[in-house]
Design a protein around this ligand. Structure first.
Ligand code: EPZ
Length: 428
């Protein structure tokens, strides 16, 4: 198992370039199934989750060339509509191929995506929307089989009970080749959904309204392959902002869209972090003292749940008490016990976490274990601000969503190395 060994106490300095957004590139890769040509995507981050989506597309018959941050997908020979249970269990977002397969080939078969460390993560909103569009859906033996009745989905009016990101993306993709007009109300408004709309429209689709809560799609008969550059990853950028803040550092973040991060920036400024635009980037300066704040995670443009663990790590050393309310996932506090091992004073009651900051004190390095992607990032951030060494285990979770994480941190002056535990001890 690979681990990080992090020596805390170093104020970060220098500059870091943000990679393409994981949560934008995954639906866009799924959408490449909608054309039979050669799709070219730039600024693709080298992440485990992107590798899994590549395997999913190859399992379906795509041939893919991935060199550096450019990925070329040839969808001309897709010969399957089924994703194996093994692949589905590797990554929930594999379910994003359902809409494209159903609308292009008339059927799709995926296994129930497993829950994960942050919650049960059902697909009811995806399936309800697809059945309204005329898909006949059968759930048996752990698989979900969907067939478009009459061979083609029908444009429909869909209103989500909750603005689900994945369900919005799946239904957008299902609707682009459906017969007639589809209206998705109470749609998710994330920037990654706007990026998907741009990609689909460059393929010849007719999608409008992404970024608002009503998305309108007029179905067309065919789409053609296109080229696309993925937007920067706002959660990676936010993670580096908390790294600068917890080490009282002064860094420059490049390749960033601040307009995608208003809730994150507003909270960091309330905490005393200085942020301002500087030629082609953002300057982030950590204060001597972090002020406590209250955070409620909400659908975009509210505060993103994917930044909750990282902010909790930072609030653990604030000068006072903060309250976090996690309103998106029912179980996204697995990092709390690990932060407590580092000396954080945190109490959790249901969806509420009360964090009593260490004030001038700091966390202390120890051995901690990672349960999921953002929890791992939070523990690394805590280690950067802790005294002595912190050993973060199971860092394959971090590799799912952060490209060259330790290299980027080292480039900012952090003391972090990746080690592999063997029967001979730890090897770098
Ligand atoms: C996307 O997941 C992101 N993943 C998540 O990022 C992110 O945390 C989440 O949106 C919320 O912003 C990708 O984009 C690949 P949801 P998704 O559907 O689409 C419930 C990360 O760290 N729900 O908006 O799965 C669900 O259980 C990851 O990068 C239903 O009840 O999220 C959850 O409580 C983690 N029924 C809430 O909605 C459904 O059919 C939000 O889920 C679908 C979702």
């Amino acid at each position: 198992m690979e681990k990080y060994i992090i020596m805390g106490g170093n104020p970060l300095s220098g500059s870091v370039r943000i990679s393409g957004a994981k949560n934008a590139v995954l639906p866009i890769l799924a959408a490449s199934l909608l054309s039979s040509g050669l799709t070219v995507i730039y600024d693709v981050p080298r992440l485990r989750d992107v590798q899994v989506m590549k395997e999913v597309l190859e399992f379906l018959g795509c041939s893919i060339e991935w060199s550096g941050s450019t990925m070329k997908i040839d969808g001309s020979k897709v010969n399957s509509i089924e994703i194996s249970d093994f692949l589905m269990r590797k990554m929930r977002a594999s379910n994003l191929v359902m809409g494209p397969l159903l609308t292009k080939f008339g059927s799709a078969k995926v296994s129930f995506p497993g829950g994960c460390a942050i919650g049960s993560r059902p697909m009811d909103l995806h399936l309800k929307g697809l059945s309204i569009m005329g898909a006949v859906i059968e759930e048996k033996f752990g698989f979900i089989e969907a067939v478009a009745s009459g061979g083609r989905l029908k444009g429909s009016e869909i209103c989500f009970d909750f603005p689900s990101v994945g369900a919005t993306e799946n239904l957008m993709m299902a609707a682009v080749l459906a017969e007639g007009k589809t209206v998705i109300s109470n749609a998710a408004k994330e920037p990654e959904i706007v990026d998907l709309q741009k990609f689909l429209n460059n393929m010849g689709a007719k999608v409008s309204g992404a970024g608002t809560d009503v998305i309108i799609i007029h179905g067309v008969d065919e789409l053609t392959a296109t080229e696309h550059t993925v937007i920067p990853d706002r959660i990676e950028a936010g993670t580096f902002m908390t790294a600068a803040a917890i080490t009282r550092g002064n860094i420059k973040i490049e390749n960033i869209h601040l307009r995608h991060m208003e809730a994150i920036v507003a909270k960091l400024k309330d905490m005393g972090v200085k942020l301002f635009e500087e030629d082609f980037g953002v300057r982030v300066i950590g204060p001597d003292v972090i002020k406590p704040v209250d955070i409620k995670t909400m659908p975009y443009p509210g505060f993103p749940t994917d930044m909750q663990p990282q902010m909790m790590a930072l609030l653990s050393i604030a000068q006072g008490t903060s309250i976090i309310s996690e309103n998106i996932f029912e179980n996204r506090y697995k990092h709390v016990d690990e932060l407590r091992r580092m000396g954080a004073d945190i109490k959790v009651e249901g969806r509420i976490a009360v964090i009593k900051g260490k004030n001038k004190g700091s966390l202390s390095g120890t051995f901690v274990n990672t349960s999921d992607l953002r929890a791992g990032a939070a523990l690394a951030i805590a280690g950067l601000g802790a005294e002595d060494a912190t050993i973060v285990d199971s860092i394959y979770h971090i590799d799912r969503g952060y490209e060259n994480f330790e290299q980027k941190l080292r480039g900012l002056g952090a003391k972090v190395i990746r080690v592999t535990e063997t029967n001979k001890g730890m090897e770098k």
